[in-house]
Write a protein that binds this ligand. Structure first.
Ligand code: ADP
Ligand code: MG
Length: 701
């Protein structure tokens, strides 16, 4: 058989033609034979079952009947007319109704001829009716390919209105199968097929459209899901391999005096095993001649900052500069202060650059940077402005990466001949399956262990009505020397309602916690940055007892003495945000608390979120719940990925298949990077075909 070209336009298909082709294209994005083959049904219905009219019940779903039309009449109504046909079988009478296309339907209907009709029945004025039924002459019905499971395809109103019903689509696909004689090239290797007992590509495609029985349908779905996930993983992993072999990076050969002195003399604690492991992974990358492109995940409080610092010191040891970028000014300032403290007595020049850095300071900084006198530059987005020129930037570390766009990240290394190594750090745990899909082309490290001696944060849910007892508790904590955060939701920085809540809240707090016994700070996005910084510093130094804030403190801020986090209107926050906020406490040796305040009325999702927070403090577990609640497309950083536009697989439900697909793809590419072995030929051909069309989003590079 000649291999028919799957890229042929569907307009060449008998039963399609230019008009239908255009509609299928605009409505469903189907252009080619291949698109049509991969246009999978979203459900299946049993079409071997027939009902009798006297068996119909109100609210029955889609049903199938055999009978005859005895009478057709047009009924005039306000807009146009409606066509009503009387339909009978040996058990009773019902009506078929059309509101559109009455004229040509009337002409095509045959009286007293057996039909098979299919549709959703309504009960109306003592009579069952089916609006716009699908109809087929019984004689044709018997001739056609018929299976127990009839595919139901996604459709649109426009297609339905233009008469391209499900039956028509099914028919078109049937013609396609006849045309192609059901011979499709295998796309997996015999090895994989054998290992998972997959059915062939041929059988899978046939059964996904025309399942012979439930068992074969399930097998078809398994095989096609695997295949979809497998080829995405192949692309991601291959991208990573190509990146490593093509993109040269600075070779940091040695670990020298900066690192060693710091490690031996300045490190205030012993690193956790997880920190040590991650550091090893990073060091290996840095000495590999390729550009490091690594994602570092670590729950809040797991100690990413020290890893960042040690990594930067390796760059310094090799004569390079380092940049450390944070999403907010508060956070950048905090990193700056803690690095300065940690590096005290060492000869390292560290500077801070943010939007509020004064011009004179800025000039000096630019100069030192260009001459290589400045070793480490910490800052916000200000770091990527064109005026900021490094002498030799060796590594860029980006904290809380989801706050930066792809565009901004890549700007950092347009400043060099060779790209600097990149370490992206995030405290938003990404569920494993999602990480595999969205960041599958990055190397990933995880700090999965908290520093020793941390006490589990006690988390409680309280209704607004119990505010007084919460205040009483806060007073006790403050009396013991603790400090308190009270956070208000600020969903939209410009929303005046939210500000009113915040300011009202602040006033009532000040009333409840009067000066001079108590001191209260406030920080929000509308404040000038020096005022913000001033208030932050008062709290950090322990001069104030309570910090009333919006989510500007969500990321990174580290005040070990703060032991209570109160979150107002907690039902308005997402899970990952709640988790981030809670991570602001529990950093010191004392027992810490998180109190989630809500109103009495909660949606079921909000209830789940609050309950999850009360039950667990494991960021990965929380991320899994978040994924289940919101779906993969709504989580941080996934929107633009394209990796999640899956046709048949579901990264949550099919996570086991995904893991298998990834590990198989990984092994395969390790042993045969160019797919040149004979047994991998089918994979190679399919891979080339897929990657031609693929628009997989470039994560970092
Ligand atoms: P995050 O990962 O959230 O950025 P940080 O780097 O801010 O966490 O670290 C949280 C706190 O834990 C800091 O006060 C830090 O000094 C401390 N810390 C980090 N690593 C260790 C360790 N190995 N042992 C003890 N304390 C540590
Ligand atoms: Mg941090």
């Amino acid at each position: 058989m000649s291999v028919l070209n799957l890229n042929t336009s569907i307009s060449y298909l008998k039963s399609v033609g230019p008009n239908r082709a255009e509609l299928l294209k605009t409505e469903l994005g189907i252009n080619t034979f291949n698109d049509l083959l991969n246009f999978y049904p979203n459900r299946y219905i049993d079409r071997t079952q027939f009902f009798k009219i006297n068996q119909l019940q109100q609210n029955s779903s889609e049903i199938q009947l055999i009978g005859k039309i005895t009478l057709v009449k047009s009924v005039q109504q306000k807009q146009g007319s409606r066509l009503v046909a009387t339909f009978v079988d040996e058990s009773g009478t019902m009506e078929l109704v059309w509101f559109r296309g009455a004229k040509w339907i009337k002409e095509s209907l045959k009286i007293n001829t057996p039909y098979v009709i299919f549709g959703k029945s309504n009960y109306f004025n003592g009579m069952y009716t089916i609006p716009h039924p699908e109809m087929e002459l019984l004689s044709d019905y018997k001739k056609n390919l018929r299976t127990a499971m009839q595919a139901v395809y996604p459709s649109t109103e426009k297609l339905n209105n233009k008469g391209i019903s499900n039956r028509v689509v099914s028919k078109i696909i049937q013609t396609l199968f006849e045309e192609l004689q059901g011979t499709f090239q295998e796309t997996l290797s015999l090895n994989i097929i054998g290992q998972y007992q997959f059915i062939s590509k041929n059988e899978a495609l046939f059964n996904i459209h025309f399942p012979k029985n439930q068992e074969l349908l399930t097998k078809a779905q398994q095989r096609l899901k695997f295949e979809e996930l497998f080829f995405i993983q192949m692309q991601l992993i291959r991208k990573n391999m190509i990146h490593k072999s093509k993109i040269k990076g600075f070779n940091f050969e040695k670990v020298g005096t900066y690192f060693n002195t710091f490690y031996k003399e300045k490190l205030p604690f012993e690193l956790t095993n997880a920190q040590k492991r991650v550091l090893k992974e990073i060091r290996k990358d840095l000495g590999s001649n390729a550009q490091m492109n690594r994602l570092l995940q670590g729950d809040v409080g797991s100690g990413k900052t020290i890893v960042a610092l040690l990594t930067m010191l390796i760059a310094l040891d090799n004569g390079f500069q380092a940049a450390f970028m944070a999403p907010t000014e508060i956070l950048a300032t905090q990193h700056y202060n803690s690095l300065i403290a940690l590096l005290e007595g060492m000869n390292v020049n560290v500077k801070l650059l943010t939007g509020s850095t004064k011009t004179a300071e800025r000039r000096l900084l630019h100069k030192q940077l260009e001459q290589g006198e400045l070793h480490i530059l910490i800052g916000t987005h200000a770091l990527i402005e064109d005026k900021v020129i490094f002498k030799n930037l060796g590594i860029a570390i980006i904290d809380e990466q989801h706050r930066f766009g792809v565009e901004q990240r890549s700007k950092l290394w347009r400043k060099n001949e060779l790209p600097p190594h990149i370490l992206v750090m995030t405290a938003t745990p990404i569920p494993r399956t999602l990480a595999m899909s969205v960041y599958g082309d990055l190397d990933a490290s995880v700090i999965d262990e908290l520093p020793p001696g941390r006490k589990e944060i006690v988390t409680a849910h309280r209704y607004d009505a119990h505010r007084l007892s919460v205040f009483k508790f806060l007073k006790e904590e403050i009396a013991k020397g603790g400090q308190v955060y009270i956070v208000y939701p600020l969903i939209n920085e410009s929303e005046t309602m939210d500000y009113k809540d915040l300011m009202d809240g602040y006033e009532s707090i000040v009333r409840e916690f009067p000066r001079p016994t108590y001191q209260v700070s406030i920080v929000h996005g509308k404040m000038k940055s020096e005022d913000k910084e001033f208030e932050m510093q008062r709290f950090i130094k322990g001069e104030t007892h309570i910090m009333v804030a919006t989510t500007v403190i969500e990321v990174g801020v580290d005040v070990p003495n703060a032991s209570v986090m109160v979150i107002e209107s907690a039902e308005r926050f997402g899970l990952s945000q709640l988790h981030q906020l809670r991570g602001r406490v529990g950093r010191g040796a004392d027992q810490s608390y998180c109190i989630l305040m809500t109103s009495f009325k909660l949606t079921s999702d909000a209830k789940t979120r609050i309950e999850t927070m009360v039950q667990t403090s494991d960021g990965f577990e929380i991320a899994e719940v978040d994924l289940a609640l919101r779906g993969p497309g709504n989580l941080m950083g996934t929107q633009q990925s394209g990796v999640l536009d899956l046709k048949i697989a579901d990264i949550i439900k099919d996570h086991q298949l995904l893991k298998n697909a990834r590990s198989i793809a990984m092994n395969l590419l390790k042993n045969d990077p160019n797919l040149s072995l004979e047994e991998h030929k089918p994979i190679k051909i399919a891979y080339q075909e897929i990657s031609k069309k693929s628009t997989l989003w470039a994560n970092i590079s």
